[in-house]
Design a protein around this ligand. Structure first.
Ligand SMILES: Cc1cc2nc3c(=O)[nH]c(=O)nc-3n(C[C@H](O)[C@H](O)[C@H](O)COP(=O)(O)OP(=O)(O)OC[C@H]3O[C@@H](n4cnc5c(N)ncnc54)[C@H](O)[C@@H]3O)c2cc1C
Length: 308
């Protein structure tokens, strides 16, 4: 249990929230790119990237954009969360996989600045070469511009109403060998990063999606799942997810987003070939086939053996 220590207006539609333990004891460590889950008292669970400093474990900072069509996550934070309120959180969890490098190209769109901000700080502290290109609808909606202002030489802002979009094609074409690209933002931006970065060596472009990609529905086949640790075998019918079928059978599964973006249901694959439908794993990680997100992913083989 943590307590809301502070709520702060950061930009139009964006508030930051400082979360600390009531007794002031340190929170668990985290790496740039990690997120926590906020368990709203309404029962809704949502993920938010940590955007403070990993060196300060006295509090976690998250920043939340208010979505007009909210089913409750950002709406709760903006309309009901108050300083002093106790709140349950889970994590931190790290799906982004930030790794120290000598040169970085950071690309952020809108609220996608949140996981990028601690990466930028790491780059500054480590003396690495870095550039941040940060786009948003307009300047007033772009959070943390004040924190980035001292680094004018390395930061380019693109409020779309005045400066247009980030020139992704140019930037990715000019990316020097050895530079690692970290990107987070809305779907069209990340799709453009994928397309324009396709020529770069594998592993160069890493991104995090806050919501699942728009995908055409895929046909489902039934699969037999052997749960090695539990000594149980479960038949997963075509119309049920692996997660739901295992949960129905009373097996110990954990989940949160159920959309393949948060990573909570990550499961080790011992045998068989998963058919990955998540928006977390990179191509390399997919090919390894040693883990899968059972809320959305299925199987290419009639049987999977999982570490459950
Ligand atoms: C790993 C991870 C980290 C995240 N970090 C942050 C963060 O730092 N700050 C933050 O504000 N959010 C972040 N999110 C998104 C957040 O978890 C919620 O999805 C978001 O707050 C919307 O929740 P909601 O209940 O208000 O809206 P929902 O009811 O879930 O969504 C309302 C509508 O908006 C759409 N929608 C959902 N998310 C977005 C989006 N980002 N942009 C446009 N439309 C959207 C939905 O498809 C739906 O139609 C993160 C998500 C993940 C998976």
């Amino acid at each position: 249990m943590v307590m809301v220590r502070q709520l702060r207006w950061e930009a139009a539609g964006v508030v930051s929230v400082l979360l600390a333990r009531p007794d002031g004891s340190p929170l668990p460590p985290w790496r740039p790119g990690a997120h926590v889950e906020l368990l709203m008292p309404t029962g809704i669970v949502r993920q938010y990237s940590l955007c403070g400093s990993p060196d300060d474990l006295s509090a976690y900072r998250v920043a939340v954009r208010h979505l007009p069509a909210s089913r409750g996550g950002s709406e709760y934070v903006h309309s009901f969360l108050r300083p002093g309120q106790p709140l349950r959180i889970r994590g931190p969890r790290d799906n982004f996989g930030f790794e120290p490098a000598e040169s970085y190209l950071f690309l952020a769109g809108g609220i996608g600045i949140t996981p990028i901000l601690p990466m930028v700080r790491h780059a500054i502290d480590s003396g690495a070469k870095w550039e941040l290109h940060y786009g948003g609808q307009n300047a007033v909606s772009m959070a943390f511009r004040d924190e980035l202002a001292p680094h004018r030489d390395s930061v380019r802002l693109y409020p779309a109403d005045r400066a247009g979009h980030i020139p992704l094609a140019d930037l990715l074409n000019e990316t020097a060998p050895g530079t690692v690209v970290y990107a987070c933002g809305p779907e069209p931006m990340l799709d453009a990063v994928t397309d324009n970065g396709a020529h770069l060596p594998r592993g160069t472009v890493r991104m995090e999606r806050f919501r699942p990609r728009t995908k055409a529905p895929m046909p489902n086949a039934p699969v037999e799942v052997v749960c090695k640790r539990s000594g149980r075998t479960v038949e997963v019918p075509a119309e049920r997810s692996v997660l739901d079928a295992l949960g129905d059978a009373g097996l110990p599964v954990r989940s949160s987003c159920r959309e393949g973006v948060c990573g909570t249901c990550e499961t080790r694959v011992l045998e068989g070939e998963p058919e990955h439908r998540d928006d977390i794993l990179s191509e390399e990680e997919r090919e390894k086939g040693d883990r899968m997100f059972i809320c959305v992913s299925r199987a290419r083989t009639p049987q999977l053996v999982l570490d459950i």
